[in-house]
Design a binder for this molecule. Structure first.
Ligand SMILES: Nc1ncnc2c1ncn2[C@@H]1O[C@H](COP(=O)(O)OP(=O)(O)OP(=O)(O)O)[C@@H](O)[C@H]1O
Ligand SMILES: [Zn+2]
Length: 811
């Protein structure tokens, strides 16, 4: 009887795996987690890629196709734990198993079409003496002898596809051929930069008399003759650079683009002689659990600046000393180059930093380094939870409260919760760290499900900053958005040559626009949310779908010119600051100024070197920054975002404000925080002033309990969308009818259908149902069944249903 394999197949959207026969030649190598090339009886013509779940020789039922070959040299691409984890995600988040399995394998590994095979140098002895010769192997060598280099696709055309990869892998192991992945590089390999010309013409000033921009640019370049400037750097445009080149003052250079993993941010690392008392207690507890080699989850609740990173680093050293591996998750790696630099400093090549800006080639290489044990620590964002490491000793989730851990497309997994599951399957430690833990995690800690470790003090006797509120409507202002109090505080820091961080939780020049005469506020016609005014190109833009229209200075409804810019973005604040502090360099950090590669890191370097003393930005400036000379943090509109229709709004704003406040006073110099707000009725700010997380948690939990929100209940969001509003709504109604019999009232409620908070995105209307579950879990099978039943009734009507278990946003 032939061997049988149970395989999940890509691009086939059904719940069950396939039963496939395994050819004799592969029986010895095939194992669970292998990536297989296969053919299905139903679709003979094309080859599919799949993942071997198990080898079940006793399986009954009719085979539905056969395994043709094993990819990745026969080495499993999914470890046994990753297989289990993917199936757990599929079950918990109600997603198809194949979607979860392929999420765990990086894209460059899944593209198999362009592998290139070459003969490995000159062969003296006949190949047959070194490996068992088969007809296929001989044919491959023969084909390569004439063509020198062939893609696997070309070989397949000539030789058929059965066991081709395996035969090539065998030849590669014997050193007869080399195989490499070829990736199409879409990104440019060189970058253009400009620097001062080596030889300058006489009296360059004369040439520049007529252009202020060119003169300023030339002065800047002259002040740093060694430095190469990129387009846009120092505010100098490509056109200005080229103008200077034409005059012979500047030269243009092309350099190889630096490796993308880099995000080179480096800073001198301070020597730390010993751990603080609380750090030591936490580390001892972690070390003890590590020694016992058992699964346990810890919540490391440490105030801002309490030295959590060092606890992670010391734990990782012990993990490596035990001969184990580790995973470290951070919310967004590009936003935390300081943290990444610190880890790189301690672990060098033993740590593999995964970055979304990596090219396919780099991602592929990084994955192989981890798979082959050449790097033992993987550090990166959300998807790093699928790092192909074996023998994992610890998984660390830094800033575990961050919403970026939730994936917003299928499968909608939460990396923090997935980390806990992986640690469980690995029999490893899981450490969740934050100054403002998520309510879910803190509750688990209080109930004893997680062990609570606390770092209640800042390191090195630094004190927590003082926090004060400035109620704008009752305060004197120096500009429309800056109060006298904040102005004085900034001026004082500049006099003392200290540094300031300012947060404006919104991008763009001004926010949405309101007509004073008729009350009209222009909305995106595709998304029904307010358009945002951008000064740089006089446009109105939608921040959901990107729709742009020109701004004409008059109200589109009544033509009045009496318009009010409801709130102001970072650009506007920058202008006000320029007015107040002429000549002071201001670093503005938001999506618009950090879109080019390394812009973010170079701004942080400038701030570190104190070539600027004011850093102004969006949420980006709230995350993890550690600059000892920052003594003032100002928030321009602390109450933005509180009126969103989302039950987590308070929790989010609290954590944003505490995080940004935590950037102040991290060394011996005391820190001060000023929060400007427009609506002082909200209780939240009393909690912010007290900076007592526990107190805030308890108050907020009381209201969550009353309204039956998580963590007291579990939510599932079902969204129906369609270009037709009627179909979206009817779909949601039908879905509710299908669900109702499965949800007895005692176990939960179905809210809706209601239009989603943003009821239209990219021309699709959205209606949602919210399930509040108490004490039951709806099985993935059931959730999928009701989806199918509903969709069946709407064939041809372009209805799409998405399921989001534990949604992070209800918008
Ligand atoms: N034992 C120690 N002795 C002296 N300095 C320390 C010690 N531990 C950590 N530090 C330093 O204290 C600073 C703050 O540490 P770290 O950035 O790890 O804090 P954190 O808890 O992650 O804060 P946040 O939540 O605000 O990011 C760092 O500059 C770090 O190098
Ligand atoms: Zn839009």
């Amino acid at each position: 009887m032939p061997m049988l394999a149970i395989v999940y197949v890509e691009r086939i959207y059904r719940d069950e795996p396939f039963l496939l026969t395994v050819p004799e030649g592969l029986e010895a190598t095939i194992q669970p987690g292998c990536q297989a090339l296969l053919s299905l009886a139903r679709h003979k013509a094309s080859a599919y890629v799949g993942y071997v779940w198990s080898l079940d020789a006793a399986g009954d039922g009719e085979p539905e196709g056969e395994v043709l070959d094993l990819l990745n040299g026969g080495v499993p691409v999914l470890t046994p734990v990753l297989l289990k984890l993917a199936l757990w995600i599929s079950d918990y988040y109600a997603a198809l198993p194949i979607d979860c399995l392929s999420t765990a394998v990086p894209a460059p590994l899944r593209s198999v079409v362009d592998d290139v095979v070459e003969l490995a140098g000159f062969q003296l002895e006949s190949p047959e003496t070194r490996i068992k010769s088969t007809g296929l192997r001989r044919s491959i060598l023969k084909a390569l002898a004439t063509a020198k280099r062939l893609t696997v696709r070309q070989l397949r055309k000539r030789l058929g596809r059965k066991e081709l990869y395996s035969a090539i892998a065998e030849l590669e192991r014997a050193g007869l051929v080399t195989v490499r992945k070829s990736f199409v590089e879409t990104k440019p390999r060189t970058v253009t930069a400009w620097r001062l010309a080596a030889a300058l013409p006489e009296e360059p000033e004369n040439l520049l008399a007529r252009s202020r921009r060119k003169r300023e640019a030339f002065e800047l370049l002259s002040s740093r003759p060694e430095q190469r400037f990129l387009a846009g750097e120092g505010g100098i445009s490509r056109a200005v650079f080229n103008g200077l080149v034409a005059m012979g003052l500047v030269e243009k250079t092309e350099t190889a683009a630096p490796a993308r993993e880099s995000l080179r941010f480096d800073e001198p690392q301070k020597k730390i002689t010993s751990l603080g008392k609380h750090q030591q207690i936490a580390l001892d507890a972690l070390g003890e659990a590590l020694r016992q080699k058992r699964f346990q989850t810890f919540l490391l609740h440490g105030v801002t600046g309490s030295g959590k990173t060092l606890v992670y680093i010391e734990l990782l050293r012990r993990v490596l000393a035990e001969g184990k591996t580790a995973i470290v998750l951070v919310p967004e790696i590009s936003l935390t180059p300081q943290t990444a630099a610190r880890f790189r400093h301690y672990f060098g090549d033993d740590i593999q930093i995964m970055h979304s800006a990596m090219s396919d080639r780099e991602k592929y290489d990084a994955w192989q380094r981890l798979r082959q044990g050449k790097a033992r620590i993987a550090l990166g964002a959300r998807s790093t939870i699928f790092a192909p490491l074996e023998n994992v000793g610890a998984i660390i989730v830094d800033e575990e409260h961050d919403a970026a851990y939730k994936q917003d497309r299928t499968p909608r997994y939460h990396a923090r919760d997935t980390a806990v599951m992986r640690a469980k399957f690995e029999n490893a430690l899981c450490v969740l760290g934050s100054a403002t833990p998520s309510f879910e995690s803190y509750r688990n800690a209080l109930e004893g499900k997680y062990a609570l470790l606390e770092l209640p003090e800042r390191v090195d006797n630094a004190r927590m900053p003082s926090i004060e509120l400035v109620w704008m409507p009752g305060s004197q202002r120096v500009t429309p958005s800056i109060s006298g109090a904040l102005y004085d505080a900034i001026r004082l820091r500049l006099q003392r040559n200290e540094q300031v961080i300012l947060l404006q939780n919104r991008r763009g020049f001004a926010g949405s626009i309101l007509c004073f005469d008729c009350g009209h506020s222009p909305q995106c016609r595709h998304c029904n949310i307010p358009l945002v005014y951008h000064a740089s190109d006089q446009s109105l833009r939608c921040h959901y779908c990107g729709h742009i229209e020109p701004f004409r200075q008059t109200c589109p409804a009544c033509k009045s010119e009496n318009l009010f810019y409801k709130s102001s973005g970072t650009e506007r604040i920058e202008e006000e600051l320029n007015e107040l502090f002429p000549g002071e360099r201001i670093l503005r950090m938001d999506i618009d100024t950090t879109s080019t590669k390394d812009a973010h890191a170079s701004m942080l370097t400038a701030f570190r070197e104190k070539s600027a003393r004011i850093l102004l930005g969006t949420q980006m400036v709230a995350k993890g920054l550690d600059f000892p000379e920052v003594t003032l943090v100002g928030v321009l509109m602390a109450d933005i975002g509180l009126n969103l229709p989302d039950f987590r709004a308070s929790e989010r704003i609290y954590s944003l404000l505490m995080q940004v406040a935590g950037r102040a006073g991290r060394s011996s110099m005391p820190g001060e925080v000023l929060l400007q707000l427009y609506n002082r009725d909200n209780e939240l700010f009393q909690h912010v002033i007290r900076a007592d997380y526990r107190h805030f948690f308890e108050a907020e939990m009381a209201s969550r309990r009353e309204l039956a929100y998580p963590p007291f209940t579990r939510l599932v969001k079902l969204e129906c969308s369609s270009p037709s509003e009627a179909v979206a709504e009817k779909g949601a109604l039908a879905l509710r009818e299908h669900l109702r019999p499965h949800l007895p009232e005692a176990f939960g409620a179905i809210l809706g259908p209601a239009p989603a908070g943003i009821n239209r995105i990219k021309n699709r209307y959205r209606y949602q149902l919210i399930l509040k579950l108490t004490g039951i879990k709806l099985s993935a099978t059931l959730l999928r069944q009701v989806q199918y039943d509903t969709l069946n009734a709407f064939r041809g009507e372009n209805l799409v249903i998405t399921v989001d278990v534990d949604p992070q946003h209800l918008l």
